[in-house]
Design a protein around this ligand. Structure first.
Ligand SMILES: [Zn+2]
Length: 297
């Protein structure tokens, strides 16, 4: 998408916690977008941002997924998939003190890595994603356990799920209050919500400045810190815990990300990345996991 095309689809945003009148200051200028901070509560967000209809068009595209998820070939794809399953298994262990069984839903499920991890631990697993392309892929394995759409309109019955997770999804959500209200409706009373999202107050963000990998534009529209996520979750849920999060990744993935290389950086680097992909490590990626409970119907 070119800047000329996207500038036709730009809109101003405001702080969903403090309302449209709350002033903000510019933290970073990424023309035509700006990362701004709410002067009242400290929430960091993108304004102007692409309209939601324009971004949903972008997510429909196969190329979007191939530039974000898969690597050169099947081997790398499998290594990335293994790392995501390991990452989600670890996150489920962190959630286990609050919820370790029942019916689980992953919002923004992608190809279904969370479903693989949660099914191994005994959950009845379900997934939801707004991308036609990725849902078609996921349904090859998961059938009608994976639905196409958004939580606000997916048609799940009220009080359906014991656990709902949204990993690396909340930063994409345009109307966070509506999103949380929709989750609250389909979560059972006593059910648990877990959100992992990039934290703009993390050490990695502070060190990286404007080059922080999670300033991923135009997709990431809100950047939630431990303080701001507690505030917005607290309107619907009892916040149980906010902790630092990370992920397992191949050294090749980390190398490509560190140097902001695309999927095909050239023959020499591909050889090097091929070797680095044999190794994977767990690293703090500047994200947080917030765990909360629905305490009343
Ligand atoms: Zn605010």
């Amino acid at each position: 998408m070119t800047n000329t095309a996207s500038s036709l689809n730009l809109e101003p945003a405001s702080c969903p916690i403090c309302g449209p009148d709350a002033p903000s200051v510019v933290r970073y200028d990424f023309a035509p977008h700006k990362v701004v901070v709410c002067s009242s509560c400290g929430l960091t967000y993108l304004s102007p941002r692409l309209t939601e209809s324009a971004i949903l068009e972008l997510y429909k595209d196969e190329a979007y997924y191939n530039s974000n998820i898969s690597g050169q070939g099947y081997d790398e794809y499998m290594e990335i998939s293994d790392n995501w399953v390991k990452t989600f298994t670890l996150r489920l262990k962190q959630i286990a003190p609050y919820k370790s069984t029942g019916k689980a839903l992953d919002i923004g499920c992608g190809p279904g890595y969370f479903l693989t991890a949660a099914q191994k631990l005994g959950f009845d697993v379900h997934g939801l994603d707004p991308s036609d392309y990725i849902v078609t892929q996921a349904q090859k394995t998961w059938g009608d356990r994976v639905r196409l759409g958004l939580i606000e309109s997916a048609g799940y019955e009220p009080e359906s799920f014991d656990l709902i997770v949204a990993f690396d999804t909340f930063e994409h959500i345009y109307e966070p209050k509506q999103f949380l209200a929709a989750i609250q409706r389909v979560l059972k009373t006593g059910g648990v919500l877990a959100i992992t999202t990039p934290d703009p107050t993390s050490l990695l963000s502070k060190i990286s400045g404007k080059n922080w990998v999670s300033f991923k534009l135009p997709e990431h529209v809100f950047y939630w810190s431990p303080g701001t996520i507690r505030k917005i979750l607290g309107e619907h849920f009892e916040v149980l815990e906010v902790r630092r999060a990370g992920q397992y990744a191949t050294l090749g993935f980390l190398f490509r990300r560190l140097f902001r290389l695309g999927n095909n950086p050239g023959r020499f680097l591909n050889g090097l990345i091929g070797i680095l992909n044999k190794f994977s490590i767990y690293s703090d990626n500047g994200s947080i996991t917030a765990i909360a409970r629905k305490t009343s119907p």
